[in-house]
Design a binder for this molecule. Structure first.
Ligand code: IVH
Length: 701
């Protein structure tokens, strides 16, 4: 493994060795984390890692970011909880709450028990339901020995090293501690700290060197709960340490010292050094609990952390134990949920935004309003149908809702407040960014811009796609550079890449002589490209690399493909029939191809590209020696021994083109039973016809 001195490695050898090292480390990671059966020693693992880092430091263009959270499933060891971690029954209104306590009341018969659970007097704890990630912390003689996630309630994941980095989790309990206790509570992140974390993540992503950006996806969290969960489930505890995590304790699991009451337990928790939510209160009777619910709901928006309800717990542990649980929920506790946070405000305008993939999304611009402690100025309207269904219009007063996630929604219109002049919204049929047609395929909710190669909203994504490995495979061009080049008008379309000169890059931040030469070298090496990669690089919807290959194989050259696609715009044409006869290409894919070629902008961009790159005809992979290589075959009538699809796939695998209609260029027509006009036409044109058996004999079985 030692290998030669890093300084002496050629780039090709370095690349080879890195591949091998990454594979070995991945295997070791899996053996250690997933299979629980390490295959190499820690020292050997460290040596692999050092070698990898040394090579990457020397060849930064070959460096790859090691994967970060969320951790792959199975990366953490399993922990069986001493007592299962239960979940709570939910109540959504007062009636649900009354019913719940009625069933508690009905559980008992002895007058002295019934007296303790009377509706008017029952002793309850009411406290906020924290929107985070529940965790169980095991303390042996007061020392934190294990931390586990909830998992399925019976078995969770061992996240001890990570949870130990959270300052609010005591590593050692203060004062007198039980021999053994599991403390349960919620790991969470505050709203302001969550927003700051997302900003930091964005800045860190943009600061990555370009080659790392292409291999690393931008990661931001949707809400504080996801951020907390993602941060706890990190493979690297140092990342967890850098995250602003907090902890509220509220329950216990297996223990050698049960408390007498929930309330008494909270004072113990505080004495041991835990944070217990300050809004937790002890009340008597259901009405007092409901009053507490209202009071906490009123404070909700002002709280620094997200809560989604109030939890009621019967205070007496003796009653808790006797009530026990049904299924996975205790009979002695209930979560009384809050409705989603809503507010009313004026909808000033509806703007249609174009996403990076060309999807047109309507957005409501609002008079800023406070919803659950977050100032909201925009809300999503989802899509065209949604606007119509809710009949949302500019000038309307609308109800806005924040449901845990950061992007708020428009729930409904307050019709009483609609001004007389408000007009129904007309969804644009052209792209607001580039003017290309925006089409909405039948049965789909989303309308998309077809100007993929020229639309500024999509340009960055398209350029990024254009340089990826299965497309033009241009190393050293990350998103940050693409954005920068795009914004400074240096590269607006893919063809512009091939016009880049050293002088354009000199003096730009992050570009030195060597990286400039590397990039220009990588671009220049792609001036010749296979048709399949070229088609894939265009980023046409639904055309992945496999479909691009099929098209390249079927049409052979750029010219033939392009002419066929333009001709296929007429659904009655032979070109259209031919296109959808290709195995795995149906009307929906055909529609996207035709829409792409129908757009002038795209055709111009193609012309421009064809001037700067040489697109090589597709070379069929090793169909050499095949009796039907390069032959054009048409199937007609019903085949007995295989389906039409299988017959096509076999023919194509042997290097033949399968066409939908018979012409002079057809080499064979395979005639099944009940064949119609195609067989006649073959005879007319003198094209050779084969029975199914003859065909099978020809292809060797
Ligand atoms: S008590 C046996 N108290 O809500 C009941 N749970 O749906 C143990 N939660 O998994 C839980 N805040 O993650 C309790 N103040 C609170 C809570 C709380 C949030 C979570 C907890 C649990 C889920 C139940």
């Amino acid at each position: 493994m030692s290998g030669s001195a890093v300084g002496k490695l050629t780039k090709a050898r370095a690349e080879n060795e890195l591949k091998r090292l990454r594979a070995e480390m991945a295997r070791a990671d899996e053996a250690y984390h997933v299979k629980d059966a390490p295959e190499i020693t820690d020292a050997e693992y460290d040596a692999l890692k050092r070698r990898l880092e040394a090579i990457e430091a020397h060849f930064p263009e070959l460096a790859e970011a090691r994967p970060v959270a969320p951790a792959p499933v199975g990366a953490f060891a399993k922990v069986t909880h001493g007592k299962p971690m239960l979940s709570l029954d939910n109540a959504f209104d007062k009636d649900d709450v009354e019913r719940f306590f009625q069933s508690v009341r009905n559980f008992f018969v002895r007058p002295e028990d019934v007296k303790r659970v009377e509706r008017e007097t029952i002793a309850l704890i009411a406290e906020p339901k924290i929107d985070g990630l529940s965790c169980s912390l095991t303390y042996e003689n007061g020392v934190l020995v294990r931390a586990a996630t909830r998992g399925d309630g019976a078995v969770g994941e061992d996240v001890t090293v990570n949870v130990k980095t959270i300052a609010e989790v005591p590593k050692k309990l203060k004062g007198k501690a039980p021999d053994h206790i599991e403390i349960r509570g919620e790991v969470y992140m505050t709203k302001p700290e969550f927003l700051k974390l997302n900003e930091t993540l964005e800045a860190e992503f943009l600061a990555l060197p370009p080659e790392k950006q292409t291999k690393n996806r931008r990661r931001q969290f949707a809400n504080p709960r996801n951020a907390a969960a993602g941060s706890v489930r990190q493979l690297d505890p140092e990342i967890t340490r850098s995250r602003p995590l907090r902890f509220f304790a509220y329950a216990w699991g297996a223990t050698t010292e049960e408390p007498k009451s929930q309330w008494e337990f909270y004072s113990r928790l505080r004495a041991w050094g835990f944070q217990v939510n300050a809004l937790a209160d002890r009340v008597n009777g259901i009405d007092a609990a409901l009053t507490r619910h209202t009071a906490i709901a009123e404070q909700r928006a002002k709280l620094a952390y997200d809560i989604d309800g109030v939890v009621y717990k019967i205070d007496s542990v003796d009653l808790q134990d006797r009530l026990g649980f049904v299924g996975r929920t205790p009979r002695w506790a209930l979560a009384h949920k809050f409705p989603a946070e809503q507010a009313q405000t004026l909808l000033e305008s509806i703007e249609v935004q174009v996403g990076r993939t060309g999807a047109l999304t309507p957005v409501a611009y609002l008079k800023p309003v406070n919803v659950g402690g977050v100032l909201v100025a925009r809300a999503t309207l989802h899509n065209e149908d949604e606007i119509q269904r809710k009949d949302v219009r500019a000038g309307d007063t609308v109800v806005i809702q924040r449901a845990g996630d950061v992007i708020p929604q428009v729930v409904s219109v307050v019709l009483d407040k609609r001004p007389k002049h408000a007009k129904p919204f007309k969804f644009p049929e052209t792209c607001p960014e580039c003017g290309s047609a925006a089409v909405r395929p039948e049965g789909e909710a989303i309308r998309r811009c077809t100007g993929g190669l020229v639309c500024p909203a999509q340009a960055v994504e398209r350029l990024r796609h254009f340089v990826t490995r299965s497309a033009f495979d241009i190393e050293g061009l990350g998103e940050k550079s693409i954005v920068e080049f795009f914004e400074s008008n240096l590269v607006r379309t893919p063809a512009d890449l091939f016009r880049l000169k050293a002088g354009d890059l000199e003096g730009r931040e992050g570009w030195k002589e060597k990286s400039i030469q590397n990039l220009l070298g990588a671009i220049s090496a792609r001036r010749k490209i296979g048709l399949d990669r070229f088609i894939y690089a265009l980023g046409i919807r639904q055309i992945g690399d496999a479909t691009a290959k099929l098209l390249a194989k079927h049409y052979g050259t750029l010219g033939d493909w392009r002419r066929a696609m333009e001709a296929a715009s007429d659904p009655e044409s032979e070109a259209y029939a031919n296109l959808i006869s290709i195995d795995q290409i149906g009307p929906s894919v055909a529609e996207d191809l035709i829409a792409f070629f129908a757009e002038d902008h795209n055709r111009e961009a193609l012309d421009a590209l064809a001037k700067v790159v040489q697109v090589e005809p597709f070379v069929a992979p090793s169909a050499a020696g095949s009796p039907i290589a390069d032959k054009t075959v048409v199937f007609t009538g019903t085949l007995e021994k295989m389906t039409r699809n299988e017959a096509k796939a076999r023919a194509e695998a042997l290097g033949a083109k399968v066409a939908g209609s018979v012409s002079k260029k057809t080499d064979y027509v395979v005639v099944g039973s009940d064949a119609g006009s195609k067989a006649d036409k073959a005879r007319e044109l003198g094209v050779r016809t084969l029975t199914e058996d003859e065909w099978l004999a020809l292809i060797g079985g």
